[in-house]
Design a binder for this molecule. Structure first.
Ligand SMILES: [Mg+2]
Length: 281
């Protein structure tokens, strides 16, 4: 009986196995395709993710590099202004206070206006301020970049000299730039604009005698030698600045300006610069 029962079980199992259909080749292919499609999507997703990650990384690198450059450009490098001894102060009181005449464009700042694209002369940073002025009834935007260290320079020299701005630019633009640099500190005692310049052979020259009749006390810093060609003995040449974020020309002048305030006649020292004016043309 036991043997017969076993044989029936085998029979039922065998018949049951016969009822289960075997997987065909087509269904195998379908299952393979169904596994390949998610895999393909997965690869595409990973590829896109990698591409996006690369772009974000490049953007972060670009921003970091730009910010580092900006920090380097505007880092505070200080010329130590040591307090004067009583004897030195006495000596300083014995000489006249000097007037320092400053040019704006390409000396303290560089600006470009709407519609002018000059990649070579464009700083790699965003402008420090934007001016909106109306010239000949047309609104014009000026994107102004400050020369590196200009704020520190003005802060220091305003303690040593009477500061005067003399620019060949139009008053409406020059006055706005001066206001932005001055920040209501009253550093620029007087301002001279295009209408105060003389026109000689088609170029603007600056008349220092209108600034101060005693030329022994007047110093001009200007990137354009043509602007002070009538007063070369009063001039300190400076390289034109357009875009270099590592420029230190203003800082480099501080030791010289510190010592010049002690002399009787600035021309006795600055006349030695005359040979250098040609180098800055
Ligand atoms: Mg200039």
């Amino acid at each position: 009986m036991h043997c017969m029962k076993r044989s029936r079980e085998y029979l039922t199992l065998d018949s049951a196995s016969k009822t289960v259909p075997e997987p065909s080749m087509q269904s195998c292919r379908q299952s393979q395709n169904s596994t390949q499609i998610p895999l393909r999507y997965c690869l595409m997703f990973l590829k896109t993710l990698f591409s996006v990650a690369c772009r974000i990384w490049n953007l972060l690198l670009f921003l970091t590099k730009r910010n580092v450059r900006k920090v380097i450009a505007h880092q505070t490098i200080k010329y130590k202004t040591i307090p004067l001894s009583s004897i030195t102060r006495q000596r300083l009181n014995q000489v006249k206070k000097k007037v320092l005449v400053l040019d704006l464009d390409e000396t303290l700042i560089h600006s470009r206006h709407d519609g002018v694209i000059n990649r070579m002369a464009k700083p790699d940073t965003s402008p420090d301020f934007i001016l909106k002025v109306v010239i000949d009834r047309h609104p014009v935007r000026f994107f102004v970049h400050k020369r590196p260290h200009v704020d520190y320079f003005l802060e220091v020299v305003s303690c040593w000299y009477e500061l005067v701005v003399y620019t060949a630019s139009m008053e409406i633009y020059g006055a706005a730039v001066c206001d932005k640099l001055d920040k209501n500190r009253g550093m620029f005692k007087r301002r001279y604009y295009r209408q105060h310049c003389k026109v000689e052979l088609g170029s603007f020259t600056k008349d220092l005698s209108t600034v101060h009749p005693d030329l022994s006390s007047v110093i001009i810093i200007d990137n354009s030698p043509g602007a002070y060609k009538c007063f070369p003995e009063n001039a300190i040449p400076i390289k034109s600045w357009f875009a270099n974020p590592f420029d230190t020309a203003l800082l480099n002048l501080l030791p010289m300006l510190d010592s010049l305030r002690f002399c009787n006649d600035v021309r006795s020292i600055l006349h030695r610069n005359k040979v250098q004016h040609l180098a800055f043309r």
